[in-house]
Design a protein around this ligand. Sequence first.
Ligand SMILES: Cc1cc2nc3c(=O)[nH]c(=O)nc-3n(C[C@H](O)[C@H](O)[C@H](O)COP(=O)(O)O)c2cc1C
Length: 192
Amino acid sequence: MNNDAIGEKYLVAVTGASGMLFLQPFLRLLGEQDVVVHGICSDAGREVLSFEEGLNPEDLPVVSRWFDLHDISAPPASGSSGYAGMVVLPCSMGTLAAIACGLSINLIHRAADVLLKERKKLILAVRETPFNRNHLQSMLKAHDAGAIICPPMPGFYLKPKTLAEAAETFAWRLADQIGLRGMSRKRWGDTD
Ligand SMILES: Cc1cc2nc3c(=O)[nH]c(=O)nc-3n(C[C@H](O)[C@H](O)[C@H](O)COP(=O)(O)O)c2cc1C
């Protein structure tokens, strides 16, 4: 059976910012849903993923298809491909700036531009510290164009005991943002 025939399609883009530990918990959440997940990884993303997690993109769970960063005729380059949402995790300042300015230099930038023009969910898990004025302006610009700026900042009020648990709390927030429902998760205010 062709897996791509079922569920909504989501795109996950990996760029060269720090924070690769958030990827696997997020992808596993997507894997619990009836959805199809495709991926694109930048050259720097590949390098940082290898450095931080010892993985290649192809080793990551749940993603059924990886597109070449420079294949500008791949499906995500067109609105007709019908992705329901895209998450850039983690999102570097360079990719943020390209998206904010509508540059389509590579397939990640083009796919993000497509999602914005189609009025679909585009979530940017931007990561840098501290931010300079350019970064802040790019975030506001991307926000005004319709993106959701969702930095990988886990909440600590649910008292995660490990880094992995903290990463999971952020993965849930991302999944909430792209509108995935039906996940059993303890939420603030739950009494049982
Ligand atoms: C180990 C490592 C960590 C990095 N962390 C960040 C980061 O947190 N944020 C960022 O904007 N760039 C970071 N960079 C720099 C980006 O990888 C670099 O700017 C790259 O050109 C981004 O390209 P891309 O947006 O196409 O992935 C890091 C680079 C390395 C090698």
